[in-house]
Design a protein around this ligand. Structure first.
Ligand SMILES: CC(=O)SCCNC(=O)CCNC(=O)[C@H](O)C(C)(C)COP(=O)(O)OP(=O)(O)OC[C@H]1O[C@@H](n2cnc3c(N)ncnc32)[C@H](O)[C@@H]1OP(=O)(O)O
Ligand SMILES: Nc1ncnc2c1ncn2[C@@H]1O[C@H](COP(=O)(O)OP(=O)(O)OP(=O)(O)O)[C@@H](O)[C@H]1O
Length: 753
């Protein structure tokens, strides 16, 4: 019997079982790339899968179907494909696997073209290259992630493995599933606003509940959040609601990272409108017009944010894949729904819950939540979903609350999370990674590979009875040779090394990459054990351990007043705030340093001084929309020795004191006022007692140069006039504290009256 025929027969049987069970199956073709493609072509030739429902995710356009590089795998989010083949010979990007696997339809196949399995973990590939952060080299990268990945392929059900070299079928992937009982169709709810057809189109009770939840958008100031794992039918639910609203004459604006991500939504909306109106509805791929005068239209996210006023309702699909800043701008719509994936790809679902949830709660919308559990794209318990969750730790969770809830600094141990220990101890790995995913909006499958294989990364934890309560991911940075430093200074990029890179290329300090550093990339404490001093203890222990190995410890994160206070309490001082907002968090990043040697201190001191000097100018330019409380916390976390000396002339002191104590005006010469505010906030003296509102006023008006009207509005002063008087009053204690003789004379003259 010939090997090609064996593989084809295997693929057919596998697909037949997949179709019968409405589950997916994986076919691994391990061996040389050429053989892999030969077999795959034979398989595709015989399976009854239309070429239009097949996608090759790989570097070259080798089949007759759609082809995408792994970097663009995100295009498949929210879409449904019968067969997806991933060519992993040049590289395996864990994120790409996470994105494509959920798009395979029930009855479909995920085909993996990979090198021989035994040798694969020890081969260094394109993704590994991205882990070789200078001064480390490719040879320093390890293959633990792929060893674990191969182990999961061999251990899990529903995965057929063909060794193309020995022409042997290692596993047939068949699971012999028991026949499933047909489920009853969900019944439309009795008191409903949408037509019955919207409910009759639902495939599960959860989907019907989701459509019912979306009915609340008929009222103003409402938001609906649909959360689910992949393929639970949330986009379709949104589509049915969109169709029902459009058929009722409403204009529905739909947005998603790309129009393709909203394809299912438009399909359902179009089908429903046709059911309700017949041919009177115009249906195009991105635009539906109903005879009732309603519509469903697609706009790219930024265009959607600008078009909100023209729409009645806004629906955001694949919200987890959008930056928080974009989601926030969409909140300007008074009737808005977000469909979001919880696990499923790149831990990105967390971005939505970690950051955006708070903003949503603070908004004026009444929020309705709805969770869809029952799968639609494929049957519940699908073995490929189970495999993907495990292989990429998409569902990793921190320990359950009772195990860690009473942890305190006296009951925990500090431990190194050695990659070999993590590989050997699945529970430890799940707990540590789960904590990082839960706490951080950007933890993704690529990070799992980094944790296991990147030579520049270290992980440390506090454990309570062996359970992870607090975890920190650390990256070695700096210690760069002169040629790398010169390259960065001249505009070249160097991987990793976030702090030296910014300090060198943006802040023009060629020596910044010389000292050795350790950046705390991520830190998280279990939510049940926060505010007990554990995060601080972990940082202290890290500092002790690395005291002799690093000149500085550092960090960079989306700046909020609480986090700035946390780092400041732990001895970290601000040296920079990014001039653009972070794409994912929508926040400005703060960079902070905590020196451990004289070289580290010199680096911190010079950057602290430069930062304090430039911050005033930045505030009226790129940081003019920085939240005043963040600006206050940023300046308070600059090292006090870097407080700029005040070099106001006598005349300038008379202007400042004249506005504070006399009839003078801030508006005629804001410069000296600005210097005084920066000095005061960096100094943070105990003997000046301004309220938070007064400090916000100083930031908004003196630093950010906002006009009186908007400052009065923002801080709820009755009028711009009252705001002006309040600003004068706020400067009085600063004149008292810092004023030169010329200022004091002015004060005596007016205050004495
Ligand atoms: C580079 C980075 O990783 S920055 C991102 C840090 N991580 C996160 O934001 C993930 C979610 N948050 C957490 O896991 C934790 O809150 C941590 C890691 C920030 C702090 O861990 P904890 O064990 O609670 O630290 P610890 O008890 O030593 O200090 C807590 C203090 O930090 C400050 N703090 C920390 N985070 C916040 C916050 N988001 N808002 C307000 N204050 C905060 C407070 O002063 C707090 O004291 P309080 O609770 O008495 O007000
Ligand atoms: N009511 C429905 N009628 C017909 N097909 C449906 C319906 N609901 C879901 N489906 C089908 O099930 C699959 C998954 O649905 P959908 O894309 O809405 O789920 P999702 O949760 O948004 O998935 P993803 O997380 O991948 O975006 C799609 O192939 C879709 O066509």
């Amino acid at each position: 019997m010939n090997a090609d025929a064996d593989v084809v027969t295997l693929a057919r049987t596998l697909r037949a079982e997949a179709e019968r069970a409405n589950e997916r199956r994986v076919l691994v073709l391990a061996g040389s790339r050429e053989r892999g493609y030969d077999r795959l072509e034979s398989v595709l030739d015989t399976l009854s899968v239309p070429i239009t429902a097949t996608t090759l995710v790989g570097p070259a356009d080798r089949l007759r179907c759609e082809q995408l590089p792994q970097a663009n795998a995100g295009e498949l989010l929210g879409t449904t494909r019968d067969v997806i083949a991933v060519d992993a010979h040049d590289e395996l990007r864990p994120n790409a696997v996470g994105k494509v696997v959920g798009a395979v339809d029930g009855g479909g196949l995920l085909v993996l073209l990979v090198p021989p399995l035994e040798a694969w973990p020890d081969r260094r590939d394109g993704f590994d290259d991205s882990l070789a952060v200078p001064p480390f080299e490719l040879a320093d990268v390890t293959g633990r992630f792929r060893r674990r990945f191969v182990g999961t392929l061999r251990a899990h059900r529903g995965i057929a493995i063909v060794d193309l070299e020995s022409e042997r079928i290692e596993a047939d992937g068949l699971t012999q599933p028991a026949p499933r009982l047909p489920t009853a169709d969900p019944a439309p709810p009795p008191d409903r606003r949408f037509p019955a057809a919207a409910y009759e189109a639902c495939l599960t009770g959860d989907q019907s509940d989701a459509v019912a939840a979306l009915e609340s958008l008929a009222e103003a100031d409402r938001a609906v959040v649909l959360e689910a794992d992949r393929g639970r039918g949330k986009s379709s639910a949104a589509g049915l609601a969109a169709g029902a609203f459009a058929a009722d004459g409403e204009d529905v604006l739909v947005t998603a990272p790309a129009s393709r991500n909203a394809a299912e939504l438009f399909d359902r909306a179009g089908e429903l409108c046709r059911t309700l109106e017949g041919d009177d509805t115009t249906v195009e791929s991105r635009r539906i017009e109903t005879s009732a005068g309603g519509s469903v239209r697609f706009r790219e996210p930024t265009a959607a944010a600008d078009a909100i006023d023209a729409a009645d309702i806004v629906l955001v699909d694949e919200a987890a894949a959008l930056p928080v800043g974009t989601l926030e701008s969409l909140l300007a719509a008074d009737r808005v729904a977000f469909a979001t994936t919880i696990h499923g790809y790149e831990g990105a679902g967390r971005g939505f819950s970690v950051r955006f949830r708070d903003r949503l709660a603070e908004s004026d919308h009444e929020v309705t939540d709805c969770r869809l559990v029952e799968p639609i794209r494929y049957a519940g318990g699908d073995p490929v979903e189970v495999w993907a969750f495990r292989a990429l730790l998409l569902d990793a969770r921190p320990p359950i609350e009772p195990l860690v809830a009473d942890a305190d600094p006296d009951s925990v141990d500090y431990r190194r999370l050695d990659p070999d220990d993590l590989l050997a101890d699945e529970r430890l790995l799940r707990e540590a990674f789960g904590l990082l995913v839960l706490a951080h909006y950007r933890t993704e499958p690529n990070d799992l590979a980094r944790l296991l294989d990147a030579p520049n990364l270290e992980a440390r934890a506090l454990v309570r009875d062996g359970h992870v309560v607090s975890v920190a991911l650390l990256a070695r940075e700096g210690n760069l040779p002169p040629d790398s430093r010169a390259m960065m200074y001249e505009g070249g990029r160097i991987r990793g090394n976030m702090l030296p890179d910014v300090l060198t290329s943006q802040l023009r300090d060629e020596a910044a990459g010389e000292p050795a550093g350790l950046r705390v990339v991520r830190i998280a404490t279990h939510h049940a054990a926060r505010s007990q001093g554990l995060g601080s203890l972990l940082l202290e222990r890290v500092r002790e351990e690395f005291r002799d190995a690093a000149d500085w410890l550092g960090t960079g994160f989306g700046a909020t007043p609480g986090l700035l206070a946390f780092w400041r309490e732990n001895g970290y001082r601000t040296v920079h705030v990014s001039t653009t907002r972070n794409d994912s968090s929508g926040e400005y990043s703060a960079l902070m340093l905590a020196p451990t040697t004289a070289a580290g201190r010199r680096l911190r001191d010079r950057h602290a001084e430069w930062f304090a000097d430039r911050f005033g100018a930045l505030c009226s330019d790129s940081l003019d929309d920085l939240a005043p409380d963040v600006a206050r916390a940023v300046l308070r976390s600059v090292d006090a020795n870097a407080a700029p000396s005040l070099s106001l002339s006598d005349h300038e002191w008379r202007v400042v004191a004249g506005a504070a104590y006399g009839p003078g005006l801030f508006d005629v010469d804001p410069g000296p006022f600005r210097d005084l505010v920066v000095r005061y906030l960096v100094d943070d003296p105990d003997d000046v007692d301004l309220t938070a509102r007064e400090e916000r006023l100083l930031v908004l008006r003196a630093l950010q140069a906002r006009d009186w009207e908007s400052v009065a509005d923002c801080l709820e002063y009755h009028s711009p006039g009252q705001c002006m008087r309040a600003l004068g009053d706020a400067f009085c204690p600063l004149v008292d504290r810092y004023g030169a003789d010329a200022a004091i004379e002015v004060r005596e003259r007016f205050a004495g009256e």
